[in-house]
Design a protein. Structure first.
Length: 298
């Protein structure tokens, strides 16, 4: 296997699996994902960064989607936000509910597909964190952004983090082996760096034998993400505890966008409120591809 797979090699592995997450986030892999996120990420630092970037505070109506085990949602609630968490994995929702109860916070949990939110609820902020953006391909991701826009009140804020195609391409390893939650985990990775498609076959050694699932994700460059609604800022404070290509904090890009009418607005220059280490300057006039319509620079 070459270090970075060609587009043809990815195609040979089959078409983009529809709703692959239903199998991946099954009970056995949910335990792995929870252990991995707790081991690889500094959730307190992530929430601290987000509260500054998105202006999250007391009584902020916030939707966290997908919320996973609630590691961000619970912390936002403890900071005074009025939080709703949505996730397609019932096991994740159940774990999130237990975590909220243990921390003594009240959160509305919804088990459902994040592409099918029928909400005109006027949230002040929607967060999509943990590298969970890119599950649906280019068209699906753009449609998901439109769903988020409808869930926000006018001038509401989207805060999103996503894996960086540039960083992952330059640090790609076709095989990785680690111990997560006391279990041996092997990852066989295919990367189409041209189309930005990553496929990871994750095998976990369980007591009853190895269990394998496939993870798929559409990756974007910083320029492509900046062409989407938002202003990008590299989250140096997101701090992960590993140097794996997908969990290294340098591999993640933070986007912030504001709903304005039927689209989104964002400024060409980083906000002065952001410290220099949180800024990512990208020339929007050099963008070649816009993934969602209705956005304007000002």
């Amino acid at each position: 296997m070459s270090e970075i797979e060609t587009p043809a090699a990815v195609e040979e592995a089959g078409p983009w699996p529809q709703e692959w997450w239903k199998d991946f986030f099954a009970e056995d892999h949910v335990r792995f994902q929870i252990d991995l996120s707790e081991q690889a990420h500094d959730s307190d630092a992530e929430v601290s960064l987000l509260t500054r970037l998105a202006g999250i505070g007391h009584n902020t109506r916030l939707l966290d989607v997908p919320c996973g085990q609630g590691r961000h949602a619970v912390r936002f609630a403890r900071a005074g936000a009025l939080v709703t968490g949505l996730d397609a994995s019932r096991a994740m929702i159940e774990r999130a509910g237990r975590s909220a109860a243990d921390r003594g916070v009240r959160i509305e949990w919804i088990h459902g597909d994040m592409r099918q939110m029928h909400s005109e609820s006027g949230f002040d902020c929607v967060t999509c964190l943990g590298g969970s953006f890119g599950y649906f391909g280019n068209r699906g991701d753009s449609a998901f952004l439109e769903t988020i826009r409808r869930a926000l009140r006018p001038a509401g804020t989207l805060a999103l983090d996503a894996p960086s195609l540039e960083y992952i391409s330059s640090n790609h390893r076709p095989f990785d082996e680690s111990v997560v939650g006391g279990r041996r985990v092997m990852q066989h990775r295919r990367l189409d760096a041209v189309r930005g498609i990553a496929r990871i076959r994750v095998t976990i050694e369980m007591a009853e034998g190895p269990v394998s699932r496939t993870y798929c994700q559409q990756l974007y460059t910083a320029k492509e993400l900046t062409a989407m609604p938002g202003k990008a800022a590299r989250g140096s404070e997101e701090g992960a505890g590993t140097r794996d290509e997908h969990s290294d904090p340098r591999a993640r890009i933070m986007l912030r966008a504001v709903r304005a009418g039927s689209g989104w607005t964002h400024r060409r220059r980083p906000s002065p409120a952001l410290p220099p280490e949180d800024r990512l300057r990208v020339r929007p006039d050099r963008l070649r591809r816009r993934l969602s319509p209705g956005f304007r620079w000002r």
